[in-house]
Design a binder for this molecule. Structure first.
Ligand SMILES: Nc1ncnc2c1ncn2[C@@H]1O[C@H](COP(=O)(O)OP(=O)(O)O)[C@@H](O)[C@H]1O
Ligand SMILES: [Mg+2]
Length: 362
């Protein structure tokens, strides 16, 4: 039941023509090419994690020379070198030796993350899905919050967080965050929640009211909530409430989507449904996605790269690149089908071993 009239087809945001979507393999190739061209992220994605995981111990000094495209996992990932990939399109996100100390100079001083460096290239027409995993308290949320630019977190204590080569000084329309807790306004319907962000960001009157209604309904349909647009959040299941949160974020067309344990509160079948939804939506959105998850299976299923963090203080310990073929991911297969196949299980086992390996960084 659509109570909001829709006279036109979809907005320009979500491409509905299947032929326009990058296939998984094409996407994977583009990501691989980008990493090979970009010295700071290089690493083969052809092998299982034991052969591909990259040590990311931050070197004390920047490495002086470009690394070869196919880098051994034993070599530290190169830090601090400017990208050579596409000078016209700066990297989406750069962390350069980022340390965050909370409450410095007080009895509560705490170093949440130390010396974290990574770079996310802008791969033409393809976003990348970065899955952040690590024990509780190792700084995963802090990393996301620094990218988002939350005022209460403030800037890094030392180092730089750059989004498209500009230091993050606060939240921006180019970034959207989805939390574990359902974050919709309880006194607004689904439709009102989704259209709200559009209205407050429509300062230049770029969109007419009917265009905004159309964009909101298009996204509501995309996340599978058609017919629920006039319900209030309390009238929805947990999975549906997270769909509203996803719709509220996507309607603003952010180029970077930050998801902090978005599915942790959901039961397993709903979680699997959400993985499918996210995979399908993300292929169309072509944004860069950072997702924090406690589930290694979820990280392996969703991620193009897994960032493994280690605590005390939080450090980036390993980066594991994943190609769809490594885990038997193919179009038409459900997340459950993929996660039950031997290739996926073998990859998950290797990733779990990397996760548990005690190679603490001093
Ligand atoms: N605003 C803050 N003030 C003080 N300490 C904080 C703040 N935010 C996070 N921390 C601390 O920093 C560490 C990392 O937190 P967080 O990034 O939330 O870890 P994770 O998301 O990996 O569980 C934790 O020990 C946490 O208590
Ligand atoms: Mg957290």
């Amino acid at each position: 039941m659509s109570e909001t009239p829709l006279n036109k087809p979809n907005s320009d945001y979500i491409k509905t023509d299947e032929s326009m979507l990058p296939s998984d393999n094409l996407k994977s190739q583009q990501i691989e090419d980008a990493h090979q061209k970009a010295p700071s992220n290089n690493g083969s994605k052809n092998n299982l994690p034991s052969n591909t995981a990259q040590n990311v111990n931050t070197p004390q000094k920047p490495l002086p020379v470009q690394l070869p495209a196919q880098q051994s996992m034993q070599q530290p990932i190169q830090q601090n070198e400017p990208s050579t990939f596409n000078p016209l399109k700066p990297p989406v996100v750069i962390f350069r030796n980022v340390t965050k100390i909370f409450n410095p100079g007080t009895a509560q001083e705490y170093c949440a993350i130390k010396n974290i460096s990574f770079e996310i290239e802008d791969i033409p027409d393809v976003g990348e899905f970065i899955a952040l995993v690590g024990p509780s308290g190792c700084g995963k949320s802090t990393v996301l919050n620094l990218i988002q630019g939350f005022q209460e977190i403030g800037p890094p204590t030392t180092g730089e967080v750059l989004v498209r080569n500009k230091p993050v000084t606060g939240p921006g329309k180019d970034r959207g965050m989805i939390f574990q807790k359902y974050s919709s306004f309880p006194h607004m319907t689904v439709f009102e929640n989704v259209v709200f962000g559009l209205k407050i960001n429509n300062d230049t009157n770029r969109f007419s009211p009917s265009q905004m209604r159309e964009m909101a309904m298009n996204i509501i349909k995309k996340v599978g909530l058609d017919g629920h647009q006039n319900k209030y959040p309390c009238q929805l299941s947990g999975g549906q409430q997270q769909r509203v949160a996803i719709a509220r974020t996507l309607v603003l067309k952010p180029r970077i989507i930050l998801m902090d344990e978005p599915f942790s509160a959901l039961d397993e079948p709903t979680r699997i449904e959400m993985q499918e939804l996210i995979t399908n939506l993300w292929q169309e959105v072509e944004a860069t996605v950072f997702i924090v998850t406690h589930s290694l299976a979820e990280a392996v299923y969703l991620g193009d790269r897994i960032f493994i963090f280690t605590p005390g203080p939080g450090r980036l310990k390993k980066i594991i690149p994943i190609k769809p073929d490594d885990i038997g991911k193919q179009r038409g297969l459900s997340p459950l089908d993929v996660q039950e196949c031997p290739k996926f299980k073998a990859f998950l086992k290797e990733t779990t071993a990397e996760f548990l390996k005690d190679d603490r960084i001093n």
